[in-house]
Write a protein that binds this ligand. Structure first.
Ligand code: NI
Length: 260
């Protein structure tokens, strides 16, 4: 049986309301050793923390997603800091820039991104970065810091961008997108990422990999992503699972042993 970590999930999504407890229990028994549930705004960061207290194998990240920067309470950094200090909060995330939908304000997004990068640095915590249609600005902000302890999640950039992200010291994680038929660019990027800098994630309930595409995604579907990576890298699925688990535990160093 393959054992692996889902480094980025959203089990607070309403898609999981009907069967969350039962599903988590089942997939944990089926090989999902640990899950990191992401924060996207204040409420969902609070829920991430709650899940990390409720489920022994679930860890939390807390942060404000670039699409959620409107209407954030003024004391948000104090509250994030408090949650981030809890033993099972392992990262600040997901934070970053997203210029995909019209009507965004790049300046507000950048302000939130930078102040949360500062918070992570203050607390010596890694960051989980979301960047969509905003590569240039994201990289400009990150380069100012010379070294970034973090992961670029749901990576969709080119092989060249992957090399730049790696040069900053960051890890890269891919979702089920790798298994899609039109994934040539993602596969090229994957080829540029050494095995010891790679992480696995579902971003569930979204992004279900082939052959489950279109269904509600859950962490057990990572096996399809593992098999794809093994095929591209010419190594065994066991090695991909083991190495990505080690990489995740190295980055999210507050996670104890994956045995829970
Ligand atoms: Ni996400």
């Amino acid at each position: 049986m393959l054992e692996y970590i889902d480094s980025h999930a959203h089990y607070d999504a309403e898609q999981f309301d009907p069967d969350r407890d039962e599903l988590l229990e089942r997939i944990h028994k089926a090989g999902v050793k640990n899950i990191v549930n992401m924060g996207c705004n204040m409420e969902r960061s609070r829920i991430s923390v709650e899940y990390s207290q409720k489920y022994p194998f679930v860890y939390a990240a807390v942060g404000i997603h670039p699409e959620d920067v409107e209407g954030v309470p003024e004391d948000h950094l104090d509250r994030l800091r408090e949650w981030a200090r809890l033993p099972k909060t392992v990262a600040i995330g997901e934070i970053g820039l997203d210029y995909h939908y019209e009507g965004y304000d790049p300046e507000i997004q950048k302000k939130f991104f930078e102040e949360q990068l500062d918070l992570a640095q203050e607390l010596s915590l890694p960051v989980v970065i979301h960047s969509r249609d905003a590569t240039e600005d994201t990289m400009d902000i990150l380069r100012k810091r010379s070294k970034v302890n973090g992961v670029m999640h749901c990576f969709s950039g080119s092989a060249e961008t992957a090399r730049q992200v790696l040069a900053l010291g960051m890890n890269i994680s891919f979702t089920g997108v790798l298994t899609f038929k039109n994934a040539r660019r993602s596969i090229e990027a994957l080829e540029a990422v050494p095995l010891d800098r790679l992480m696995l994630e579902t971003d569930c309930p979204y992004m279900a990999p082939e052959p489950e595409r279109g269904k509600r995604c859950d962490s057990s579907m990572i096996v399809h992503i593992i098999r794809k990576i093994a095929e591209v890298k010419g190594v065994s699925a066991e090695l991909v699972a083991k190495q990505t688990m080690e990489n995740t535990l190295r980055l999210f160093s507050k996670m104890n042993s994956p045995i829970n």
